[in-house]
Design a binder for this molecule. Sequence first.
Ligand SMILES: Cc1ncc(COP(=O)(O)O)c(C=O)c1O
Length: 375
Amino acid sequence: MKLFDVYSLYDIEPVKGKGNYVYTADGTEYLDLYGGHAVISVGHAHPHYVEAVSEQVAKLGFYSNSVENSLQVRLAEKLGKASGYDDYSLFLCNSGAEANENAIKLASFHSGKSKVLAFGKAFHGRTSGAVAATDNPKIVAPFNRTPNVEFVPLGDIEAVEAKLATEEFCAVLIEGIQGVAGIHCPTDEFLRQLREVTTKYGVSLILDEIQSGYGRTGDFYAHQHAGIRADIVTSAKGIANGFPMGAVLIAPHFEAKKGMLGTTFGGNHLACAAAIAVLDIFEQEQLVKNAREVGEYLLAELRKMPQLKEVRGRGLMIGIEIEGSASEMRLRLLKEHHIFTGGTGVSTVRLLPALTITRREADKFLEAFKNILNE
Ligand SMILES: Cc1ncc(COP(=O)(O)O)c(C=O)c1O
């Protein structure tokens, strides 16, 4: 059997990771400013993480959601405290798309309404409801197309209000920062207006913090910079540092009913041990603060480079708009300087490093990037 050929691959295979570096079999070292697509939050093979996951798998890797699991309770307590959402409830699943799927379901169950309002260029995942709320016709199969999702431009509060006034919508779904679109931040003012207008019409505000959350922007969730609270927050990616996990944070006004949501694997023992270890490391190493400081430094230094068209983002979620081709730039960074970066669109280089990145590692990237730009 061969692999279903849906990914464009670099001809490089990392077989080992340590901190902010990955290594190929011949020992070549690569600085990882991509974090496997914003997934590696506490660095590769962090000793505390390795120990916690190893100990748990040796004890009990999995049992179903039909029995008590105190690891889930511990994770909920820790996540509540770390995120400032300690009065919310937690539902655990396995991926970002699944978290959004469950968030939409909850809003729909709660209101009895079926429509979701999303934004131009949004990406929310590839399962049925999540992909319907994703503004990219190329990945929406005919089966996924539905009149239940409508789109308005990001930042257009009048367009939002006009839709919500129809009283057909159960939810507004928005990314804390649009990632796949190329790092586009909604303004704090727009997020506050969105909070007001969703409250006015009794519509659930769902914040997709799958890429922008978990400390990446220097606050636990990106929307918290605007001082608002969402009705539902979705998390995944960095939550368990590469162990598949998704989470839905749910406001107290949503009533849980037995069987309304469910999953076989979600919240399993191994995933919880991994996620608890991540939050331990966040605390011990003050990683949210580090993300803010190194992120601000990177943004400031990049904004000094006159060759760049635009530098967008917050903390360690950075989009660099260059003059030429982003894929060529990324390939040169990889092959000539041994640095992994992300990309999106034709001309945006994306930085999504682990929250453990140091200023020295940031400088290593800045120097390599400058060298290429100045050639
Ligand atoms: C904002 C956002 N939402 C949802 C998803 C989907 O997450 P997953 O691939 O874990 O299903 C992603 C993945 O890139 C994302 O960036």
